[in-house]
Design a protein around this ligand. Structure first.
Ligand code: NAP
Length: 297
């Protein structure tokens, strides 16, 4: 049966999950292709993950995405995971194969690089040091992507230094752990700065990082996309640095999922971006939620 002959199903499992923009994004693709199908948010508690994943095949799902807190645990449940997911230690996308077995991969890696390249086509990973702030799941995808693209020096600062050290051990000599207190010094001579922490996200305080030592030509990227313009990106723009927001990473990884689930290759178009941007909170919503001013200078 081809994609056009059946009702197509996919979803995202998370706990909580209702904040996820993935349903708006994937349902845009169903409308775009005129396909009968839907993408649903699935609120799955951590102890229900295995049962929920095993239900995907009998329910007729093509696959699902995973978000916090399921990405790491899923690796121990799926029948097979690719090298990328194993290296990162997290699955962001599961495909239900023809025999009902589950195959996992991680689309965040390519989502990050494709977003950077779409927004800054001349970007390369190797011309100068990259500073990555954070060492969680998002950081793993970013570091993998940078190493994969030839980055020679990645300075990795995380509040909990041990996690930065673990990443440095796993990803090789290009990655140097930096003490949290030295994170601003690490900006000297950097060509790229990426925030992968949850700081700056709606409901969280801004990332505590002065950009004074960052060269004005350095590219500043944030993988947080709620709000679209985080305090870090706003501060970078004010001093003239080029910036890349985190929404494109989400959009690009979704396109990769459609290739895997439905053998279709949607593109990240201005219309898609505008559709999802319209679902994001405004700066006013964010300020009201936070009730503190940005600390990035
Ligand atoms: N654009 C996309 O497609 C995309 C993809 C993945 C993630 N994200 C976003 O990226 C963010 C992080 O996600 P994740 O999955 O990597 O989360 P995670 O695995 O829980 O990691 C969280 C990171 O934030 C750091 N952090 C938390 N509170 C902090 C604080 N008060 N000060 C300094 N650092 C702090 C943590 O440091 P410690 O190790 O010290 O706790 C850790 O490095 C989220 O906002 C998520 O929505 C976006």
């Amino acid at each position: 049966m081809s994609s056009a002959d059946r009702f197509l199903l996919a979803g995202v499992m998370g706990w909580p999950v209702m904040h996820s923009r993935s349903p708006a994004l994937h349902n845009y693709f169903f409308r775009h292709y005129g396909l009968a199908g839907t993408y649903v948010p699935l609120a799955i508690q951590p102890d229900g993950l295995e049962a929920a994943l095993r239900a995907l095949a009998p329910l007729g799902f093509a696959g699902c995405n995973l978000t916090i807190p399921h990405k790491e645990r899923a690796l121990t449940i799926v029948d097979e995971a690719d090298d990328l997911a194993r290296r990162i230690g997290a699955i962001s996308c599961i495909v239900v194969r023809g025999d009902g077995s589950l195959w996992g991969t991680n689309n965040d890696v390519h989502g990050f690089a494709r977003n950077l390249l779409q927004q800054q086509p001349d970007w390369r990973a190797d011309p100068g040091p990259a500073v990555v702030i954070g060492a969680g799941g998002g950081a793993r995808a970013v570091v993998y992507s940078l190493v994969d693209r030839g980055a020679r020096e990645i300075r990795l600062a995380n509040r909990t230094r041990a996690r930065a050290e673990t990443l440095a051990r796993e990803f090789g000599a290009a990655v140097t752990p930096v003490d949290w207190d030295d994170r601003e010094r690490a900006l000297d001579g950097a060509a790229l700065l990426v925030n992968t922490t949850s700081q700056g996200m709606m409901g969280q305080p801004p990332l505590d990082l002065s950009l004074d030592r960052l060269p004005r030509g350095a590219l500043v990227a944030d993988i947080v996309y709620i709000p679209l313009e985080t305090p870090l990106l706003a501060a970078a723009k004010r001093r003239g640095n080029p910036t890349v927001d985190g929404l494109g990473m989400l959009l690009h990884q979704a396109c990769i999922a459609w290739k895997l689930w439905f053998d279709l290759e949607p593109e990240v178009t201005p219309e898609l971006r505008a559709t999802i941007e319209a679902t994001l909170p405004t700066q006013t919503d964010v300020r009201a939620d936070l009730q503190v001013g940005p600390r990035n200078r």
